[in-house]
Design a protein around this ligand. Structure first.
Ligand SMILES: Cc1cc2nc3c(=O)[nH]c(=O)nc-3n(C[C@H](O)[C@H](O)[C@H](O)COP(=O)(O)O)c2cc1C
Ligand SMILES: [Mn+2]
Length: 472
């Protein structure tokens, strides 16, 4: 099922019954709370909020792109809707291994230009940016956005998903953590005393956002990757003030400048870790020079909460880590799971030689896709279903002897919103490496796993399944 923009994506979601419409919610905390309740349901739907209190009908907010079912991830990623998790990861491994890159195509205009405001006509409060969580410090227009910037020395264009708070009618605060490409781009302008030009899409094509929150290597543009996956260049309009390429089918976008030497409050914000660890901080002000939106615009939102059980985790990041392991020459990787909000990477291997598990763990722990904020890396044998947390805990408890099997890496890459690190030490973290494989030295003598064989279980189901189901 192919879609060309967010509206096409919504039609797709509706066609398989995963779209809900909520009318009459308040931007002030109600949208955030409804989004959380929806995210915790068994099949978390996408929720389109309309007739928001205090706003004309048509100015909408959409949640449920970032915590989707597998089917919605398939839709977003232009894959067959009936793909299993394994097929999805395999398809992404291939895409990442041999990416087809299609750069964006500049067009003169697009739906985004249906409403354009400049100078004193700009009013960010004309859009129903939600106050997402009760303890937040302001209204966040940007949670599922794409921030577009250019590298001053090398010219390449970055897309990153960074949170954006509304400060006043034409001022925003943009939070980009150290090491992220937008942050490095900003440093280059500020080092020369120049304002940092940015454009931000607040209702992008979900695929552009997907790449915006992924670790595409520096020097490469997320635009080109997303175009490759879509099989067609993204149409972009060049910003009048910044010359930055802005998706022409965005619902809402701004362009402007971040001003060096200025400071405005940013946060607190209920973060993806499930805490307010970043607290109230300061960021330089982003002055908006142009606001553009489609008729009846949709703001896309990804309000973070503590982990919700129903959502699929970040499968693409798992595929990324797996590819890095392959490229580093670690053989016989049988699976990689990445529990995003839990900061946990799990690798399953078929052990082939002494030290194989440690090699896999250390590379997984520092490859680009997992280098930031990973707390634990666990390596297990390939008989463990790494997507079943019960199986994982079973391996952890029965195949590790802590004194032998846990290593600690010190001074790894963390960021200012890491809740367990005392504020003055933030930026670094330690990382636990756990070898939960059967010990290689006596793998063949290791106690046999008990329980009926899969064949016997299957046979018994055929024979007695009806009785077990209470049907006889
Ligand atoms: C919903 C969501 C919100 C995010 N918010 C931020 C943020 O506020 N600041 C930030 O630096 N990174 C944030 N990230 C993480 C970055 O988007 C991610 O690390 C991405 O790879 C950064 O792109 P870059 O490598 O081009 O810098 C967020 C990710 C998601 C999924
Ligand atoms: Mn990047």
């Amino acid at each position: 099922m192919h879609y060309r923009d967010l509206r096409g994506w919504l039609e797709g979601v509706e066609s398989f019954g995963e779209l809900r419409v909520v009318e009459g919610a308040d931007w002030n905390q109600e949208i955030g709370a409804v989004a959380e309740v929806a995210a915790r349901s068994e099949t978390p739907p996408a929720v389109l909020f309309d007739k928001i209190i205090g706003y004309p009908a048509g100015r909408r907010v959409l949640t449920g792109i970032h915590n989707p079912t597998l089917k919605r991830q398939c839709l977003t990623n232009h894959l067959p809707l009936d793909y299993t998790r394994d097929q999805f990861i395999a398809a992404w491994k291939e895409r990442l291994d041999q990416p087809s890159l299609i750069p964006p195509r500049v067009v003169d205009s697009g739906p985004l230009m249906e409403n354009v405001f400049e100078g004193s006509d700009i009013d960010l409060f004309s859009l129903p940016a939600p106050f997402w969580h009760e303890g937040d410090g302001g209204r966040y227009l940007g949670t599922l956005d794409v921030t577009i910037s250019r590298d001053l020395d090398e010219g390449w264009i970055n897309l990153g998903c960074y949170r954006v708070m509304v400060h006043d009618k034409n001022t925003l605060a943009l939070y980009m953590s150290p090491g992220h490409h937008g942050n490095i781009h900003r440093q280059k302008f500020f080092d020369r005393g120049q304002p940092f030009p940015v454009a931000i899409s607040f209702g992008p094509d979900p695929l552009l956002w997907f790449f915006g929150q992924m670790d595409v290597p520096p020097g490469e543009s997320e635009y080109d990757y997303a175009g490759g996956v879509r099989g067609e260049a993204f149409e972009v309009i060049l910003g009048k003030n910044t010359q930055l390429p802005i998706p022409a089918y965005s619902e809402v976008a701004i362009e402007g400048e971040v001003i060096p030497g200025t400071k405005i409050p940013e946060g607190p914000f209920g973060e993806f870790t499930g805490y307010y660890a970043g607290g109230l901080r300061c960021e330089p002000m982003l002055k908006v020079k142009r606001l553009m939106y489609r008729d009846d615009p949709i703001i896309t939102g990804a309000p973070p909460f503590r982990p919700a059980p129903g959502a699929e985790s970040n499968l693409i990041r798992a595929a990324y880590i797996w590819n890095y392991l392959d490229k580093a020459g670690v053989p016989d990787i049988r699976g990689v799971a990445y529990y995003q909000t839990r900061m946990l990477v799990v690798v399953a291997i078929k052990q082939r030689y002494p030290g194989h598990a440690k090699q896999a763990a250390l590379i997984a722990a520092q490859c680009r896709a997992a280098a930031l904020l990973t707390r634990y890396v666990v390596v297990v044998d390939d008989d463990i279903d790494i997507w079943d947390s019960n199986e994982l805990l079973w391996a952890l408890c029965t195949r590790t002897d802590p004194i032998k099997d846990i290593d600690i890496l010190r001074r790894c890459w963390s960021n200012p919103i890491d809740p367990i690190i005392p504020p003055e030490e933030r930026g670094f973290q330690s990382r636990g490496i756990i070898d939960a494989c059967r010990p290689y030295e006596w793998i063949h003598e290791f106690p046999k796993v008990s329980g009926a064989s899969p064949e016997l279980k299957k046979k018994m189901l055929e024979k007695f399944g009806a009785s077990l189901a209470g049907k006889k």
